[in-house]
Design a protein around this ligand. Structure first.
Ligand code: SF4
Length: 222
């Protein structure tokens, strides 16, 4: 294989074009019906697959699908239902507590505000970013371990940490594409660029961006 490795701005353009071609539509993977049910689903998805979360949430919504009702459900009951998602003691406490806070401090609504979301129990920067993006349509670029890995393999960041990767991606891609790109990169990661089993020389994105890559691209963990 020969040819020149692409410059960063050329890689950005190629990756964007390729992802648009592969994933013109970006349906939200977690089933939900409003910002509250999305917030809870995202919280449940920590260290769990979206598929598993979607299997569990219908039973949870039968118990309660809004902050006022959820605040009345005993934590043990929530824990029992969400057990298949893992980390159920922590997640059930967080769901119960955040529901109480939403009732007491936000009139039972999920705040449309990044800083306020980040203060809720069990809600970190990534979860808050997903809710801002997918529930309210604000530009955000939530970076999980998968996006962190792909951005390094594609030479878009040094991969120092997820905060740096988010900063780099936001700088490289136009703001109006952030919400869509976040999902497109996740879809690509699931379909082609999984955590294991690739030396960075297999598919079109890497062979086009890095035709001279000979050795596996090592990535740093989030
Ligand atoms: S070649 Fe490997 S690292 Fe590059 S995009 Fe494909 S799966 Fe990912």
């Amino acid at each position: 294989m020969s040819g020149k490795n692409l410059l960063k701005r050329e890689r950005v353009a190629f990756i964007q074009q390729k992802l648009d071609q592969l994933y013109p539509e970006t349906p939200i993977p977690l089933d939900h019906k409003d910002p509250y049910t999305l917030l809870v689903a995202v919280l449940l998805s920590a260290q769990c697959t979206d598929e598993r979360v979607n299997q569990v949430t219908p039973s949870l919504w039968q118990l309660a699908d809004n902050p006022a009702d959820m605040a009345q459900v005993p934590v043990e009951k929530i824990q029992e239902v969400i057990r298949p998602c893992g980390l159920s003691p922590q997640k059930s406490r967080a769901i119960s507590r955040l529901s109480q806070i939403l009732v007491n401090e936000y009139h039972g609504q999920v705040p449309e505000n990044m800083a306020a979301l980040e203060t809720l129990p069990g809600v970190g920067h990534k979860t808050a970013s997903v809710v801002m993006s997918q529930a309210f349509g604000h530009p955000a670029f939530p970076v999980d371990t998968h996006i962190h890995r792909l951005a390094q393999r594609w030479g878009l960041t040094s991969g120092k940490n997820v905060a740096q990767t988010e900063k780099d991606l936001k700088r490289l891609f136009p703001r109006e594409h952030w919400n869509k790109l976040h999902l497109q990169i996740i879809f690509y990661g699931r379909e082609y660029c999984t955590a294991r089993g690739c030396d960075g020389t297999v598919c079109e994105i890497c062979t086009t961006c890095y035709p001279n890559r000979k050795k596996p691209k090592k990535t740093k963990k989030a």
